[in-house]
Design a protein. Structure first.
Length: 809
């Protein structure tokens, strides 16, 4: 496939416009031009609507591959002439075989699913986690072809004939087949993806670690082997940890050219090997770099791997701030690759910091149909956007099951999804780099310099965060406009205000926005709309359109409570006629119960469709026997992005705690948005299993409530029980919270959250045990997971849950 790719890219940048007489549809034009450059026989490129025969399909693949010699190829009695060498090669390569009796049936038509299978074999039969469920006729696909079809549809090699029809049994036309072949040629080498992943994830890679240093050395070597000029930008964190950004440059044919960044981050959290977050993005970036390595471009390409993304995007922030004015003028955009192909995720999406489009969004959308656009600030594209560079993040849809856990290993990734992202970005970069493409500098400067953050209702404002973290969330740098120190008897407070231009409440004109910090942490926000020309009537109308009528008023203030997104908004009119809008934290609690349903022998009667869907989803994960521990199912809310769910033993009528039965509660607004649209249910999957871990390991077989104060008191752990043995081995010498131990020994825990308390550690370890692969290492976290593997009943429960989720080891 490497030879295909080098020929393909050379052809792409040398293509001349096709003549109308070619008669080929526009969507097949790039594939036709590519085939002509490769010297594919004109006989195969005649009528685009011709249904290919078996011999024609094999000839097409063979000629695009450069007409390689067959190695001990099989011969067939019914194949002769020019087809014989192609068929013999295809048979020896395992791409297409005979029909028996020494025959090939060269004139038989080839269906879409048969051609997909040929291409899948040509690519080495890589596994794909994609599903055909989005096609109404998926059931008509042959069983033997489903893996190939999943691979081809997930990677973008094959699309539907119509919006929702795959038509796997239809004859494949010349135009369809050539386009599919062309798209396969754009895919990266799957063996290289796998090697890169295994190397990068050999150790955890927090900034300052040997694992991170090894990743830097490996990336430098990989880029240099491709012919790139590589520099390392040293970085030192606030705590003194040292790392490096890796910058690989391919110069343009002329100086002063546009610059396009393609980026990812090579560090990981201390608990995780970081395969999904973000070795997946790094290997996709390497694949794009490989694809472009032999091509002359009119755009300077910079491939940048950042360090210390996990602690606030600090490596990318340093890189962005180090750019000269001249560089910023030339940089037209950044494509960040972060979290691709994670277990439990689905497909790709493109994000900007505020969900608003830019020229890169438009370009990617033109190359990938139905690419969703979202808002996300939790990656390095934010740092570039903060200095006026139009930036996007290409990532998976959904957080996935193994986020920041000890089980985030290479074997759990979907290589086809990573390849799909690499193919898309390669195509986008090729478009930008083509001499026939006009410069994007003017629109990039217009969009970058004119960027103002859009505060939607859905944006979570993290009150209590530091200035650095807050600015990382919004992707904008503020201007310090006031500082004040107030002291008293034995105390001192500092107050700082930073000004930003932001759009609020759906208004198009930015409003001056003041983030007020007390002792370095965000306390509240004051908006002064009048400073940019708004009247109080206009602002009231905007807020009312978003939130409805005020929930309260008085004293010159009108107030709105947003329990879903934890905001309290106050429109205040001063005596002098001026006005401001205050935004404050609105803290909900888990006592805000929206609905409660009794559960009897694992079943619940629920009439509300949205509520029922959550319960049925839980039932689809947990076997009935497991659900019989649940006596009550609740939906509550403390606002989105706070507590997603909780589990607690039932309180009996006499006020005592009954840990033979449990209540499980889910935050409705972490599952649905305010319009009833589902959010990321991969988080819900993990959370359901985590919460069931509490019920499983806090019940009467594990804890004697006549001893000790509650289910968390080790005094009540029943000697010999799993919980008691786990505690004795892993937690007996620790304090109630292991946060301090985590800072010294992060690989003792499957997740950062698990270090908070023993009961969270055992529940989180249970969830990772269920969702992850059997560990191969010997860290304490892996020893904890293997401790679960020693229990036959828990292994059987794991298998049952994984079967329900469609997971296999």
């Amino acid at each position: 496939m490497k030879k295909w790719l080098s020929l393909l890219l050379a052809a792409l940048l040398a293509l001349t416009p096709l003549t109308a007489s070619a008669g080929w549809p526009g969507w097949a034009g790039p594939a036709l031009g590519w085939a002509q450059e490769l010297g594919v026989s004109e006989a195969l490129l005649g009528d685009p609507d011709t249904a290919l025969t078996r011999a024609g399909a094999v000839r097409l693949i063979y000629e695009a591959a450069g007409r390689p010699a067959a190695s001990g190829g099989e011969t067939f009695a019914d194949v002769a002439g020019e087809d014989a060498q192609a068929v013999s090669w295809a048979a020896s390569a395992g791409i297409a075989g005979g029909i028996g009796g020494g025959l090939f049936a060269p004139d038989a038509p080839v269906t879409r699913q048969e051609f997909a299978a040929m291409l899948h074999r040509r690519a080495g039969t890589p596994a794909a986690a994609g599903s055909l469920d989005g096609f109404s006729d998926a059931a008509s696909a042959a069983v033997w072809a489903r893996d190939a079809l999943a691979f081809c549809t997930e990677t973008g090699v094959m699309g539907g004939v119509s919006a929702h029809e795959l038509r796997p049994g239809d004859p494949v036309t010349a135009a369809q087949a050539l386009t599919m072949l062309y798209r396969v040629a754009l895919l990266p080498d799957f063996d290289a993806l796998s090697r890169d992943l295994e190397t990068l994830t050999a150790a955890t890679r927090p900034v300052g670690s040997e694992g991170e240093a090894a990743a830097v050395r490996y990336l430098r070597s990989r880029f240099e082997s491709m012919g790139y000029t590589v520099t390392l930008q040293p970085y030192t964190s606030e705590s003194g940890a040292q790392g490096s950004n890796v910058v690989a440059v391919k110069s343009a044919v002329s100086s002063g050219a546009d610059i396009l960044l393609i980026s990812a981050h090579h560090d990981s959290v201390p608990t995780a090997p970081g395969a999904n977050d973000d070795a997946s993005g790094v290997v996709a970036m390497l694949a794009v770099a490989q694809a472009l390595s032999g091509v002359e471009t009119d755009t300077e390409l910079r491939f940048v791997s950042f360090t210390d993304e996990e602690n606030g995007k600090n490596g990318s922030r340093q890189y962005a701030q180090s750019l000269t004015d001249a560089e910023r003028e030339r940089i037209i955009g950044d494509i960040q690759l972060d979290m691709l192909g994670g277990l439990g995720s689905s497909g790709l999406m493109v994000c900007t910091t505020d969900g608003e489009g830019n020229w890169l969004v438009d370009l990617l959308a033109s190359l990938a149909a139905d690419l969703p656009l979202g808002a996300e600030t939790a990656s390095d594209h934010t740092s570039l956007q903060m200095v006026g560079v139009p930036s996007v993040l290409l990532m998976q849809q959904g957080r996935g099951y193994l986020y920041h856990s000890a089980a985030d290993v290479a074997s759990q990734l979907d290589l086809a999804a990573i390849a799909s992202a690499a193919r898309l970005v390669s195509a986008a970069v090729q478009t930008v780099a083509s001499p026939g493409t006009a410069s994007y500098r003017e629109i990039a400067r217009e969009q970058g310099s004119g960027y103002t953050f859009l505060q939607t209702r859905q944006n979570v404002i993290y009150f209590g965060s530091s200035l650095r973290d807050t600015e990382a969330f919004v992707g904008a740098a503020g201007e310090l406009v006031s500082h004040e120190e107030i002291s008293g008897d034995g105390w001192s407070d500092s107050y700082d205000a930073y000004r930003y231009a932001m759009r609020w409440f759906g208004g198009q004109t930015p409003m001056n926005t003041y983030y007020n910090y007390r002792n370095g942490f965000l306390e509240n926000i004051e908006i002064r709309p009048a400073e940019t020309g708004y009247t109080i009537e206009q602002v009231r109308d905007l807020i009312t359109a978003m939130y409805g009528e005020p929930s309260s008023s008085g004293g010159g203030a009108e107030n709105w409570e947003d329990v879903i997104y934890s905001k309290y908004i106050s429109l205040v009119q001063a005596e002098d006629g001026g006005f401001t809008v205050g935004v404050y934290n609105y803290a909900g609690t888990i006592s805000n119960v929206l609905a409660s349903y009794p559960v009897v022998q694992g079943d619940a009667a629920i009439s509300d469709a949205h509520h029922e869907a959550v319960w049925e989803y839980l039932c689809s994960i947990l076997p009935r026997e497991a659900r019989e521990r649940i006596a009550e199912f609740r939906l509550f809310t403390d606002g989105t992005s706070n507590i997603l769910a909780y589990t607690t033993p039932i309180t009996a009528d006499d006020g005592s705690t009954d840990n033979t039965r449990f209540e499980i509660a889910v935050d409705y607004y972490d599952v649905y948005d305010e319009n009833g649209a589902p959010r990321d249910w991969s988080k819900l999957t993990y959370t359901i299993i985590h919460e069931y871990g509490h019920a499983l390991l806090e019940d009467a077989t594990q804890i004697d409530l006549t001893v000790g104060e509650n289910t968390h008191d080790p005094a009540g752990f029943i000697p010999g029980s799993f919980r008691w043995r786990y505690y004795e081995r892993f937690w007996k010498e620790l304090e109630a919270s292991a946060v301090n131990d985590y800072e010294k020994n992060p690989t003792h825990y499957v997740s950062r959250y698990g270090a908070n308390y023993f009961h969270e550690d055992v529940a989180d370890t249970f969830a990772v045990f269920v969702l992850g692969a059997k560990p191969q290492g010997d860290t304490v976290a892996e020893q904890k997971l293997l401790f679960f593997w020693q229990e036959p009943q828990l292994v059987a429960l794991r298998e049952a849950i994984r079967e329900n989720l469609g997971l296999s080891d």
